[in-house]
Design a protein around this ligand. Structure first.
Ligand code: FAD
Length: 397
C-alpha cells in the first residue's frame, strides 16, 4: 500500500460510494460531498451485469442486491386500447437469472452502496464544489459553496451527467455531450392499472409511454420517452418540464393521459436528455471523472451503472498501486476506455427498440422481438452484444 491519499469525491450516486468503499478498504481517506440534502432518489430499474456483479460480490453486497432486485417478469407491448400485442418473458425465473445479472431500482442500489460506507467515510450533504485549482504543495485546492476550503490529494467527479467537476475543470457540458435525439422522464405513481410484477409499453412514432410495478406492486413507475432534437430546457424547473411533457404526449393512446395527470404529484420526478458523455480524456492533473460524469453511456445503453461500478473498482486499484496519482489516472483510463466505448455503442440499439421513430419501425421492432428467443440461444442479437460488453474487462485482484 502506497501513501494514504485524501480523495475528495463529488456525488453520492452509484459511482461515488463505490469508489469511496474501495479507497477506504485500501487505507485511503475518501471524503464524499453531495449537492442534495440527502441521498438523491428517483429513477428506473438499473442493471448490474457481468463483471459489475463480480465487483458487487467482492464488496460483500451480492445478497443485499439480490434481495432488493426487481420482480418484474413480463413486459407487455400494448395497442392504444390496452390489448396486448405480445408479452416478453424477461427472465426464466428470478432465482436463475440472479446468477448472471441483477436488475434493481436505482434508489435501492444507491441506498445499499451508501450504507456500506456510511460509518467509515466522511459524507457532506447539501454542499458542492465551486472552485478547483492545483495547490502549491502539489495537491488540489478546493472551495465549497458552504463549507471551508480544503487541500486534498485528488478530486474525483462522480457527480453524474451534468457534472460540475467536469464544468469547473474541463469546460462547458455541450463540448462533451452527444445528444441521442430523445428525452426521458421517470416518476412514481399509484398502480392504478393493477399490474402485478409487470411492465407495459405503448409506442406511437417517436413517442413511448410505459408503466411498471415496483416491489410489492402497490406503487408503479411511469416512463415517458420522446424523440426530439436538442431543446433549450431548464433542468432546474420541473414546471417547465411538465408543460413540455403535456404538450409532447397530448392525444397519445393507451393510459398516457393518466400518466401525465400524475406528474405534479410525483415525489421523485426525473427528467433528462438522452445523451452520452464523450471526453477526449478523463483526467486533468489530479482531477478525474468517473461514471456518468466522465463517460455516461445514457440509460439507452443499460450499462451506466455497471460501468460506474467497474470504473470505481479499477480506479481505486490504480490509485493504490501507482505512487503518482496523475500516472494512476492515466493508467486507469488506458485500461478501461475500450470497454467504455464498447458499452456506449449499445445505446443506439436500445433507442431503436424502445422508441421506434415511425409506424414501419414499430412493426419491424415487433417482428424482431419475436426472434429474440432464437437469437438469444445463438448468442446473437442485442442481448449477445450486451453480454459481451458487460464482460469485456477482467478485474485485477
Ligand atoms: C435521479 C436519477 C435517476 C436516474 N434514473 C436512471 C434510470 O432510470 N435508468 C438509468 O439507466 N440510469 C438512470 N440514472 C443514471 C444512473 O444512475 C447512472 O447512469 C449510473 O448509475 C452511474 O451513476 P453515477 O454515480 O455516475 O451518476 P448518478 O447516479 O447520476 O449520481 C450522481 C450524483 O451526484 C450528485 N450531484 C450532481 N451534481 C453535483 C454537484 N455539483 N456536487 C455534488 N453532487 C452532485 C447527484 O445528486 C447524484 O446523487 C439516474 C440518475 C439520477 C440522478
Amino acid at each position: 500500500m502506497r501513501r494514504p491519499l485524501t480523495i475528495l469525491i463529488s456525488g453520492v450516486g452509484v459511482a461515488g460510494p463505490a469508489l469511496a468503499y474501495w479507497l477506504h478498504r485500501r487505507g485511503h481517506r475518501p471524503i464524499l460531498v453531495e449537492r442534495m440534502p440527502q441521498l438523491r432518489v428517483g429513477g428506473h430499474a438499473v442493471d448490474i451485469r457481468g463483471t459489475a456483479l463480480e465487483v458487487v460480490r467482492r464488496m460483500g453486497l451480492v445478497s443485499a442486491v439480490r434481495d432488493a432486485r426487481t420482480q418484474i417478469d413480463t413486459l407487455s407491448v400494448v395497442r392504444p386500447d390496452g390489448r396486448r400485442t405480445y408479452d416478453i418473458r424477461l427472465r426464466p425465473s428470478h432465482e436463475t437469472r440472479g446468477d448472471h445479472d441483477v436488475e434493481i431500482m436505482r434508489d435501492d442500489l444507491v441506498r445499499i452502496l451508501f450504507d456500506a460506507i456510511a460509518e467509515d467515510v466522511e459524507v457532506v450533504f447539501g454542499d458542492w464544489l465551486c472552485a478547483i485549482a492545483p495547490h502549491e504543495n502539489g495537491g488540489v485546492a478546493v472551495e465549497f459553496e458552504h463549507g471551508s476550503p480544503r487541500e486534498v490529494d485528488v478530486v474525483i467527479g462522480a457527480d453524474g451527467h451534468h457534472s460540475s467537476v467536469r464544468e469547473l475543470t474541463f469546460g462547458p457540458e455541450d463540448r462533451f455531450t452527444t445528444h441521442l435525439g430523445a428525452y426521458l422522464s421517470i416518476y412514481t405513481l399509484d398502480n392504478a392499472l393493477g399490474l402485478a410484477d409487470q411492465a407495459v409499453l405503448y409506442n406511437e412514432p417517436g413517442r413511448g409511454a410505459a408503466m411498471f410495478t415496483v416491489r410489492g406492486n402497490e406503487r408503479a413507475k411511469a416512463v415517458l420517452l420522446f424523440r426530439s432534437r436538442p431543446l433549450d430546457i431548464d433542468f432546474g424547473d420541473p414546471g417547465m418540464q411538465w408543460a413540455l411533457l403535456r404538450e409532447r404526449f397530448d392525444g397519445m393512446g393507451w393510459e398516457t393521459a393518466r400518466l401525465i395527470d400524475a406528474l405534479p404529484h410525483a415525489h421523485d420526478f426525473y427528467f433528462d436528455e438522452m445523451s452520452q458523455v464523450k471526453m477526449p480524456y478523463w483526467s486533468k492533473g489530479r482531477v478525474g471523472l468517473l461514471g456518468d460524469a466522465g463517460f455516461g453511456p445514457s440509460p439507452m445503453s443499460g450499462q451506466g451503472t455497471s460501468l460506474a461500478l467497474i470504473g470505481a473498482y479499477l480506479l481505486a486499484h490504480h490509485l493504490s498501486n501507482t505512487a503518482d496519482p496523475v500516472e494512476a489516472l492515466a493508467l486507469w483510463e488506458s485500461g478501461f476506455r475500450q470497454t467504455v466505448t464498447q458499452n456506449q455503442d449499445l445505446a443506439t440499439g436500445g433507442l431503436t427498440a424502445l422508441l421506434p421513430a415511425s409506424r414501419t419501425a414499430i412493426l419491424a421492432r415487433n417482428q424482431a422481438v419475436r426472434m429474440l428467443p432464437v437469437l438469444a440461444r445463438l448468442g446473437l442479437g442485442f442481448g449477445g452484444r450486451v453480454e459481451r460488453a458487460s464482460r469485456a474487462v477482467i478485474l485485477p485482484d
